[in-house]
Design a protein around this ligand. Structure first.
Ligand SMILES: Nc1ncnc2c1ncn2[C@@H]1O[C@H](COP(=O)(O)OP(=O)(O)OP(=O)(O)O)[C@@H](O)[C@H]1O
Length: 314
């Protein structure tokens, strides 16, 4: 758990982060979203003390990070930035092993850890490990940057616009990597992005930042359905709100008994994916299966439409 307590940073008497208090849940992705200059990066960098707060504090699992020596703090928190920040004259393997090396891990353990991370990020250690950063594609370099941040098994991973330089296909892949990593490792992730769709897709909680403050801090559902201010509503976008909502909800809870023809959807697919499949194939119900391909029931178009409708009087 990360607690921000009245966290404030001023530069030249101008507040850049103003009196922010919030708790980010352990093992979850918290997304910080906002326009350029709203203070997202400054807030993120106060969590690993790359920026020292003017006042207030950050607690990680109850410990004030101001009390932890800087070197051990940085080593215990993974940090991923846009453009990956790899050392250009070092091989991929050496780049990934940098923090374990600084921590004095035995060589064999470092090699094993580097290989394990490359495998986890679906990169072939034999092929990629000995390359230099300029010999990698953008997507590969981004994955190596993530592997490096995870090398010393941090509990917390800070990510600052980590997917900003990737094309849309690689971006989706990298987002899926993040979901998998968090699931496998239970890492607490704080993700800075200016892209509300990315925040809604990845965040269990979302902080919408403006002028150094949190305008709203809530679940994706709350941000979409009950935006706290006109600014949040504008970021979410009035148009397409129903589809955003459907993208957040899985098919599973909307299952019902019955028969339907054609290709099935998975119960973990989103309602928006199920609806898109219905539109594309001209069906009004789809068979639903679980991860092992077992039939669970069907999902109906009318139920999906109802799930995307706003609650309360229209
Ligand atoms: N070291 C610094 N000295 C003075 N001002 C700074 C410093 N670092 C950041 N700022 C200012 O603080 C404000 C917030 O910057 P920050 O980088 O945190 O915003 P951001 O929301 O991450 O923006 P972006 O999305 O463009 O990266 C900006 O006005 C920036 O110019």
């Amino acid at each position: 758990m990360i607690d921000l307590v009245a966290l404030t940073k001023t530069y030249n008497n101008k507040p850049v982060v103003s009196d922010v208090s919030a708790s980010f849940a352990r093992g979850m992705v918290t997304a910080i979203v906002g326009t350029s200059g709203s203070g997202k990066t400054t807030l993120l960098r106060m969590i690993n003390r790359l920026v020292v707060p003017t006042s207030g504090k950050v607690l990680i699992d109850g410990t004030d990070i101001g009390q932890i020596p800087e070197a051990s703090l940085r080593h215990s928190i993974g940090y991923v930035i846009q453009g990956n920040g790899l050392f250009p004259h070092w091989t991929v393997a050496r780049n990934i092993g940098v923090v374990p090396t600084l921590l004095g891990w035995p060589k064999a353990r470092i090699v094993a850890r580097v290989n394990e991370l490359l495998h986890m990020l679906q990169l072939d250690p034999a092929e990629i490990g000995q390359r230099y950063p300029h010999q990698l594609s953008g997507g590969q370099a981004q994955r190596v940057g993530v592997a490096r941040a995870l090398a010393a098994q941090p509990d917390v991973l800070l990510m600052d616009e980590p997917f900003g330089a990737l094309d849309p296909v690689l971006r989706r892949q990298a987002q899926r990597d993040l979901v998998r990593i968090r699931h496998q490792l239970g890492t607490t992730v704080v993700l800075v992005t200016h892209d509300m769709s990315e925040a809604l897709n990845l965040g269990a909680a979302i902080a919408v930042m403006r002028d150094g403050r949190f305008e709203q801090f809530g679940t994706p559902d709350e941000i979409v359905c009950t935006p706290a201010t006109p600014f949040v509503a504008e970021l979410v976008g009035e148009v397409g709100r129903a589809l955003r909502l459907l993208a957040l909800k899985p098919v599973g809870p909307h299952l019902c008994a019955g028969e339907a023809a054609g290709d099935p959807v998975n119960d973990t697919a989103s309602l928006s994916d199920a609806l898109a499949e219905m539109i594309w194939t001209g069906r009004d119900k789809l068979p639903v299966v679980d991860g092992q391909g077992r039939q669970l029931g069907i999902v109906k178009r009318d139920d999906i439409l109802a799930a995307g409708r706003r609650a309360g009087p229209s």
